[in-house]
Write a protein that binds this ligand. Structure first.
Ligand code: MG
Length: 161
């Protein structure tokens, strides 16, 4: 049996924050605002996994009012959600993602992001898609005020014989 899940997240870019995407720190004068490290790529992946499980969303699991999750690395949250998936008897087949950011150029960091995310979700390179695009200067993302991410995840449960 298979199930898919879909996730989306957007965070504002702010001065005085590190820019963390996919668990990788990217040199840039602005970073993503948020209660955690603001890693909207990982947040979108978490929501895709929870969506596939049919369980709430990241805000239900890790409330931004809970001091326990203040500035917590999102990779740690992702590892927790992966454990939840596995405990439910599911395997993650593949994950595909899109980052929409006008700046900075993310191509040089794609390999590092995949190397960081792959082990966190137990996927090899060929099963983990990370793509970056600009928003063609349109809207708030295109004006560099925010970064948005989309993710889909496919889960599989071996049929009991
Ligand atoms: Mg978020």
């Amino acid at each position: 049996m298979n199930k898919i899940g879909f996730g989306y997240d957007i965070h504002l870019l702010k001065a005085g924050r590190k820019l963390i995407l996919g668990g990788v720190e990217i040199p840039f004068p602005l970073g993503l605002a948020g209660h955690s490290d603001g890693d909207c790529l990982i947040h979108a992946i978490i929501d895709a996994l929870l969506g596939a499980l049919g369980e709430g969303d990241i805000g239900v699991l890790f409330p931004d009012t809970d001091p326990e999750f203040k500035d917590v690395p999102s990779v740690a949250l992702l590892e927790g959600v992966r454990r939840r998936v596995l405990e439910g008897g599911w395997d993650i087949v593949n994950i595909d993602t899109v980052i929409v950011a006008e700046e900075p150029k993310l191509a040089p960091f794609m390999d590092a992001i995949k190397a960081r995310l792959g082990p966190a979700v137990g996927l090899k390179k060929g099963a983990l898609g990370v793509k970056a695009k600009t928003n063609e200067r349109l809207g708030d993302i295109g004006q560099g005020r925010a970064i948005a991410c989309w993710a889909v995840a496919l889960l599989e449960k071996p049929s009991s014989s």
